[in-house]
Design a protein around this ligand. Sequence first.
Ligand code: A3P
Length: 318
Amino acid sequence: DYLGDKDLTQETRDLISSLPSEKGWLVSQMYQYQGRWQTQALLQGTLKCQKHFEAKDSDIILVTNPKSGTTWLKALVFALINRHKFPVSSSSSGNHPLLVTNPHLLVPFLEGVYYESPDFDFSELPSPRLMNTHISHFSLPESVKSSSCKIVYCCRNPKDMFVSLWHFGKKLAPEETADYPLERAVEAFCEGKFIGGPFWDHVLEYWHASRENPSKVLFVTYEDLKKQTGDEIKRIAEFLGCGFIGDEEVSEIVKLCSFESLSGLKVNREGKLPNGMETKAFFRKGETGGWSDTLTDSLAEEIDRTMEEKFRGSGLKF
Ligand code: A3P
C-alpha cells in the first residue's frame, strides 16, 4: 500500500535520508520532496515516474489532489473517450467496462503504478493513453510539459476535500488516525503539512498553467461537475478534441458515472484494488457542502481564512 515502506530501492532510501521529514497526520513519517509532503512509497513512484515516463502528444493526464473527485473524473473521461469502442447506451445491458471494473483499474495511477509495478509497460496502453496523477505541476515529468499531451485538472472546495480526506484516512489508516484531533488535522491541512500537501500550491500551479496555456491544461471543479455535469463533459470533450457528442450520449455518460450508479455496483461495493484498498472507500457521500457535518464553524473559518490568503489575487474562488 502507499502508506508503507516496503520495496524501497537504495536510490530512494538515499534520497529520503536527505529530505526534510516529519511525523504527520495519516502517516507516522512523511518526507518533503520538491515542496510536497509524501509517503515513502509515493515518493519512490514519483521519482521513477519523473525518470522514466515518456509522454506522447496524444496522452490525456487527469490530475487531482486526493479526494477531489479523481474516481469520478476517471469514470467520466474513460466513458467519454471510449464511447465508440464501448457505447454508453450498452451500459443498460450490462456491457460497459465501468459496470464491472472500478475506475481506478481502468485508468492507471502513474506514481502508484511506478511504485507497485515498476515493470508495467505504459507503451502497451491503447491510444489515446488515459492516466492520472497527483504530482504537482512543478514536479511533472519533463516530457509531460514539453509534449502536446493534455491535462485535465480537477479541484474541489478545500473544506469538502479536507473532510473527505479526514474520513478516508480513518478507513485507510485507523491506527494512525484514531487519536488524531480534528483541530490538529485542520491545522496541518492549512499549513500544508500532510500527505499530498500543500493543497494550495498544487491548485494554484495548475490554475496558473491553465490560464497561461488553456489548450494544454483544462481546469474543472468538483462543484461545477456536480452542478452541470453534462456541460462540463462537453467542455472536456471539446478540450480533448473528441468530436461531436450528442445530448443523449452526454446524458448516458452522466447517468453511468453518477455517484448513485457507480457506488451501487457490486464491483465498487465489494471490490479490492491490487494493493488491498477496498473500492468502497472511494465512495462516501459524493456531495458538495457536506463539510458542515464534520467541521465546526471555527474550523471552517480557519480553512476559509487560509484559502483567502493563499488564493488572493489569483482570481480563483470557492
Ligand atoms: P466524499 O468523501 O465527500 O463523499 P477521490 O476520488 O479523489 O478519492 O475523491 C473521493 C470523493 O469523491 C468522495 O467524496 C467520494 O464520495 C466522491 N465521489 C466518488 N465517486 C463519485 C461520483 N461518481 N460522483 C460524485 N462524487 C463522487
